[in-house]
Design a protein around this ligand. Structure first.
Ligand code: A2P
Length: 317
């Protein structure tokens, strides 16, 4: 996928990426999973300062280069994210520099604002306390994201978990518009309205939780992997439910970030490029009742951690 950038030197993003958020984080397990992912063909990895996986990811990439699994670091596309406690203009560049140090890298391919939420500066704790929420200086923070880009430390810059309203605030402030909005997106939460808005604004959509993976308190378990509609299609195509979900996302022009630390499932997850869904499959998936599986549920609901966040545009379709 070609991403836009101010300097024009954004690197193409491989269509599927591996997620590295894992709880609890075991560095060796994460490093081994990234190496296994490289072996089965993943060339795109997603991390964040919040996840604690930057260090093992960087170690795995270095080891892969050393072993000859990768000819050079340039063969992988790496995304990291600015956590909410660092969503203050003066903390953006230091935070990226820290992420780069963690990964032993000179640049990230993509740097995202993790959430449209600014929290009181301090050590990263999660979930955060609602009293820590602060007004978000979109203009100031984005200006510093642009500076990271101008310095060549982030080949492309973007946002994550932004609604259409948040995007408007960034676009109003931007000289370099966001290349990407990474949001929860899967057959059960298809984000039609947000996708239409991003298409119009030339913002590439990346899907986190493509299998409905993350669970927040109050969520009902995995509505994607338990979907009967997807199960039926999977059976007819001789594929797994996960593969049908990932293929559907890919056919929507969206790039899934899928997390598995299991080699068999990692392999399965990249085997989505040599077959297709039918028109009828698309109709059936289009009719799946929509509900947000995790993020908005856990973070933006009235009972969630961030009640100060404007809920009025959380209906994306
Ligand atoms: P595991 O790491 O044991 O493979 P998401 O990417 O939506 O967050 O979903 C991640 C969850 O889905 C993880 O629990 C992961 O478990 C599981 N998962 C990943 N790939 C597959 C697959 N191909 N089939 C079934 N479950 C999968």
């Amino acid at each position: 996928v070609a991403l836009r950038s101010g300097s024009g030197n954004a690197r193409p993003m491989p269509a599927i990426g591996m997620g590295t958020a894992s709880s609890p984080l075991v560095p060796e397990t994460t490093r081994d999973a990234v190496l296994a992912a490289l072996e089965v063909g993943f060339r795109h990895f997603d991390t964040a300062s919040l996840y604690g996986s930057e260090r093992p990811l960087g170690e795995a990439v270095a080891e892969a280069v050393q072993r000859g699994l990768l000819a050079a670091r340039e063969e992988v596309f790496i995304t990291s994210k600015l956590w909410s406690m660092q969503c203050h203009p003066r903390l953006v560049l230091p935070s990226l520099l820290k992420s780069l140090r963690n990964m032993q890298l000179e640049y990230v391919d993509l740097y995202l604002i993790h959430m449209p939420i600014s929290l009181k500066p301090g050590p990263t704790v999660f979930p955060a306390k609602r009293e820590d929420a602060m007004p978000f200086d979109f203009e100031g923070v984005w200006r510093e994201m642009e500076e990271c880009h101008r310095l060549g430390l982030a080949k492309a810059i973007g946002v994550s978990n932004f609604t259409t309203k948040h995007l408007d605030k960034i676009l109003a402030a931007a000289t370099v518009p966001p290349a990407v909005n990474q949001v929860e997106l899967n057959p059960v939460w298809q984000q039609r309205k947000l996708r239409a808005c991003c298409a119009e604004k030339d913002i590439h959509v990346v899907a986190h939780s493509p299998l409905g993976g993350l669970k927040w308190s109050g969520s009902e378990g995995n509505a994607v992997l338990k979907s009967e509609v997807l199960a039926e299609i999977a059976k007819a195509r001789g594929k797994s439910i996960a593969q049908v979900a990932l293929r559907w996302i890919y056919e929507q022009g969206v790039s899934p970030i899928v997390k598995s630390f299991n080699k068999e499932r990692l392999k399965q997850n990249v085997e989505i490029f040599d077959w297709e869904l039918t028109k009828d499959d698309h109709i059936k998936i289009g009719q799946i009742p929509q509900k947000v599986v995790n993020t908005a549920n856990g973070m933006f609901s009235p009972e969630g951690e961030f009640t100060s966040v404007d809920l009025s545009d959380m209906e994306f379709f």
